[in-house]
Ligand binder design. Structure first.
Ligand SMILES: [Zn+2]
Ligand SMILES: [Zn+2]
Length: 327
């Protein structure tokens, strides 16, 4: 099978012919139809996440069809369409797993990081971490739901909501979570890079009541702020825009250093927290909600051969919505 392989950090992916993987007893073999490109993939390529499997096939927003089943697979049939997210395996026995926080499991393994992912024609996945995809999304449209959608949903949920929700960084996650928030009756205030009028117009088109630069203050204090850009300087900016008692959630897996800031920005019982990974419950809730909320995704498709171009376009902010690789 053809796969885009990362040999080491800071190197371009190389299209490689690999032997087809075989599913273990609890795994399905999946013919990949679409795999979205996540900012986390860039962090792995850039060496910002420690100890990836190497060589590695990136990709953790996979939509495909089951083409072979391990001997113990009972959740899916041959031909079923499934989605594979970032969370690939958890231990099931630690305190975090037992208490509904499998996203924090110390032994968790992640797709496209410690397990080969979806920048390939075929992939294998543990059936317990695969999900049926709602039928009203085609393969390319569904792919960004698997991380941008899921992580965005968890970020919004852990923000405590409130009516006035600020979103910093209007990329793949934001464009989906904005629609969820609007469906829930919230008002969206979108913050882009200063001067990025295209991103601000995109946000308004998705229902934002206000869009401006991240150096601007919103017209009303926010109840919650969600930060999706990997920029630590946005943390004090978001705290300054958030009301007393409000919550600022960092939704990305990596962020550059947060600059020192005055305690007065946190004072007033403001809450600052991160979101780490996802649970299977998040996936089930979000994939049920997405069709009800009428979510649509904005995507740019690339052939698998152009994976490096897709990563470069994401890095340089040339994309609206999500990049999706099609083998
Ligand atoms: Zn991701
Ligand atoms: Zn565990």
């Amino acid at each position: 099978m053809r796969a885009q392989v990362l040999a080491a950090a800071h190197r371009p992916l190389v299209m490689t012919d690999l032997p087809p993987p075989h599913p273990a007893a609890g795994e399905v073999l999946i013919a990949v139809k679409a795999c979205a490109v996540c900012r986390t993939d860039l962090h792995i390529v850039d060496g910002e996440l420690a100890h990836p499997k190497l060589p590695l096939v990136l990709g953790h927003e996979i939509v495909g069809a089951v083409v072979e089943k391990g001997s113990e697979v009972d959740r899916f049939q041959i031909g079923d369409r499934v989605g594979v997210p970032w969370l690939g395996w958890t231990c099931g026995v630690c305190d975090d797993c037992q208490d509904g926080r499998e996203n924090l499991c110390e032994r968790a393994r992640f797709t496209g990081y410690q397990i080969d992912g979806g920048y390939a024609e075929l992939t294998v996945a543990d059936q317990r971490y695969c999900f049926a995809i709602p039928p009203n999304f085609d393969d390319v449209a569904a792919a960004p739901l698997l991380c941008a959608g899921l992580i965005g949903y968890r970020t919004l949920r852990l923000s405590g909501g409130g009516e006035r929700v600020g979103i910093y960084g209007f990329g793949a996650a934001a464009h989906i979570v904005a629609q969820v928030a609007k469906f829930q009756g919230r008002r969206i205030f979108a913050f882009s890079k200063p001067g990025d009028r295209a991103a601000q117009d995109f946000a308004r088109g998705l229902g934002a009541v206000w869009a401006g630069g991240s150096d601007e203050m919103p017209p009303e204090a926010l109840d919650a702020a969600l930060i999706f850009a990997p920029v630590g300087a946005l943390v004090p900016a978001a705290l300054a825009a958030t009301r007393k008692g409000g919550t600022v959630v960092c939704g990305g897996i990596h962020m550059n250093d947060i600059p020192a800031f005055a305690y007065s920005l946190l004072w007033g019982e403001r809450i600052l927290r991160s979101v780490a990974n996802l649970t299977r419950r998040d996936a089930e809730e979000f994939l049920a909600l997405a069709p009800q909320a009428g979510i649509t995704t904005t995507t740019t498709s690339y052939p698998l051969a152009d994976a490096n171009q897709a990563l470069a376009d994401l890095r340089d902010g040339r994309l609206e919505g999500a990049a999706v690789l099609v083998p």
